[in-house]
Design a protein around this ligand. Structure first.
Ligand SMILES: [Zn+2]
Length: 82
């Protein structure tokens, strides 16, 4: 495999969706390719930030309640200043 074939596998690696063969193949490549290793670190960092953001905001009950009330009121957004 060449470097251009690895990016789709990198996100699968982060999500733990690779087969044993793909996993060892990519580990071997990352151990000797600086470019792919940097790309992997960058992607993993962004994924962690996104997961952290989603975890913090997905569990915000006030937000869920506000969205639910907007949906139940037929999509009209309440204007607190009115
Ligand atoms: Zn590479």
């Amino acid at each position: 495999m060449t470097c251009v074939e690895y990016p789709p596998l990198l996100s699968k690696l982060i999500d733990g969706e690779l087969s044993v063969t793909e996993h060892s193949d990519i580990e071997n490549h990352l151990s000797c390719c600086e470019d792919c290793r940097l790309h992997y670190r960058h992607l993993r960092h962004q994924t962690m930030l996104l997961r952290g953001f989603l975890r913090r905001h997905a569990l915000d009950e006030g937000f869920v309640r506000r969205v639910r009330s907007v949906i139940q009121s037929g999509g009209a957004i309440a204007n607190p200043a009115a």
